[in-house]
Write a protein that binds this ligand. Structure first.
Ligand code: TGC
Ligand code: FAD
Length: 393
């Protein structure tokens, strides 16, 4: 560096200028979602979280922005690349993990399997409606006896003429009670298969799970299937076996590597400003070595996560993505955000325990994010299996 070169001023929330590595289109998409978050979504979130509801008035707005099924080509979807989808998740989760969850489930877990494994008729029927936010979807894989081990599912579908009879239940299902359709994975004589269950099918119910301390601004439900008769035309014919649901999880987990970066940035920027203004022992608390080390550590971990997700996105866009790379990034980035949210909460002192500041809300949300879409341990073991060649599950 020449001694005369002017000092470059760095953005504390983007110390390695990751934004400069984005294309103009990617930056434009990020800015549009950031504006929506700041102006429309963020003002609603503390109340929604406190009172425990998902602000459904945002659905048509996220649809108008093209955020539902944004990676899908055709069917009135935006056909964006993977990095753009990641940036969408990052900005939405800067608001609240519940808002990002809504979009992840609709896009990656419900629209994606219909697009990838459905018939043309199913795509034509559901995808444009879902892109417009007029039909809401959910994804039923987890069951109460153990979500980490979906191969052990009990929900089953039995062939009956041109129909299937489905019995069983699913647990912890995002969007369940507000969904018009559920993509449900059930065991059949021919292995695991996916079915589209419509909300008015007789024998289907989706009661909301209450008393949550986490993801309070998101709908979480149980799904019950009591002798539901489902026509074969509602079966997803193009996939059999666990690789069906796991391929969907791959899409959603990829987005989840980006989302928590947004949550972490929200906590870090808020506490950075607070600690510069908080005067203790006659000086800003940000002027103490301990607090500076903690803030610097947050910046270090956010920077690492940003670089990880961007490279993951570039790998995905070039068709070179491996599921274990997604696992490593989901594990790293959610852990990073949860640790930052907890530390930011502490740096706010007593002020950190109300919804006036965001860290406690993000911290509580991230307790779900570290569990769903594969727990931290599941992702560690996927990476462990990749590097040792030994399955430790
Ligand atoms: P294994 O028996 O080896 O493999 C089965 C088949 O699946 C293939 N496969 C994948 N395909 C695509 N993407 C992936 N990530 C895949 N992983 C495996 C595999 O090649 C094989 O195919 P084939 O053709 O040979 O049959 O199964 P495994 O040992 O890999 O799986 C074990 C384990 C523990 C990794 C898996 O069961 C697992 O991931 N468990 C965690 C379950 C989970 O994440 N559930 C999430 C539920 S959905 C949710 O939480 C939504 S929250 C949404 C929100 O609100 O945002
Ligand atoms: P378990 O699988 O019972 O795990 C319990 C503990 O055991 C965990 O700490 C786990 O890491 C550990 N463990 C598991 N296996 C091993 C092992 N081999 N070695 C060591 N430790 C192990 N599911 C859906 O299908 N659709 C949804 O939309 C959805 N949304 C969700 C929303 C929320 C808010 C939450 C909380 C969950 C949601 N889930 C959804 C379910 C989620 O995917 C599961 O909670 C998750 O997969 C873990 O399953 P489990 O809760 O049954 O925990």
């Amino acid at each position: 560096m020449s001694p005369n070169q002017p000092k470059i001023s760095l953005n504390p929330a983007d110390l390695f200028d990751v934004r400069a590595m984005l294309t103009d289109d990617e930056r434009m998409i990020q800015d549009a979602v950031a504006r929506f978050v700041d102006e429309r979504a963020l003002p609603l979130m503390p109340k929604a979280f406190e009172e425990g509801y998902f602000p459904t008035e945002l659905i048509s707005e996220v649809a108008d922005l093209g955020l539902l099924g944004s990676s899908i080509e055709g069917y009135n979807c935006a056909g964006l690349n993977a990095v753009s989808y990641g940036l969408i998740c990052q900005e939405l989760e800067r608001c609240d993990s519940g808002l990002r969850s809504f979009v992840s489930v609709q896009s990656s877990l419900c629209m994606y399997p219909i697009y990838a494994f459905g018939t043309e008729e199913q795509r034509q029927r559901w995808l444009p409606e879902m892109a417009a936010g007029r039909a809401i979807g959910c994804f039923g894989l987890t069951e109460s006896q153990g979500g980490s081990d979906p191969m052990n599912m009990k929900t089953h579908a039995k062939r009956d003429g041109d129909d299937w009879i489905i019995n069983g239940s699913k647990m912890w299902i995002t969007n369940g009670s507000i969904a018009d359709l559920a993509v449900v994975w059930a065991i059949t004589d021919d292995g695991i298969q996916g079915f589209i269950i419509e909300k008015d099918f007789e024998g289907f119910s989706a009661p909301e799970i209450k008393h949550k301390f986490s993801l309070r601004a998101s709908v979480t439900s149980a799904l019950y299937f009591d002798n539901i008769r489902v026509p074969d035309s509602n079966r997803l014919p193009e996939v059999k076996g666990l690789k069906g649901p796991l391929s969907c999880l791959n899409q959603a987990r990829y987005g989840i590597t980006w989302g928590p970066i947004g949550a972490a940035i929200a906590c870090y920027t808020e506490v950075l400003e607070y600690s510069k203004e908080r005067i203790l022992f006659g000086k800003p608390v940000a002027g103490t070595q301990t607090v500076q080390r903690r803030l610097a550590d947050m910046a270090r971990r956010i920077t690492t996560a940003q670089l990880l997700s961007l490279q993951l996105g570039r790998l995905k866009d070039s068709g070179r993505l491996s599921p274990s790379q997604v696992s490593l990034a989901k594990w790293n980035n959610v852990r990073m955000a949860l640790d930052i949210a907890r530390d930011a909460r502490d740096l706010l002192g007593g002020a950190g325990i109300t919804t006036e500041y965001c860290p406690i809300r993000h911290m509580l949300n991230l307790e779900s994010v570290i569990t769903y879409e594969g727990t931290e341990t599941v992702h560690e073991l996927i990476v462990g299996r990749e590097i040792t060649g030994i399955n430790a599950f």
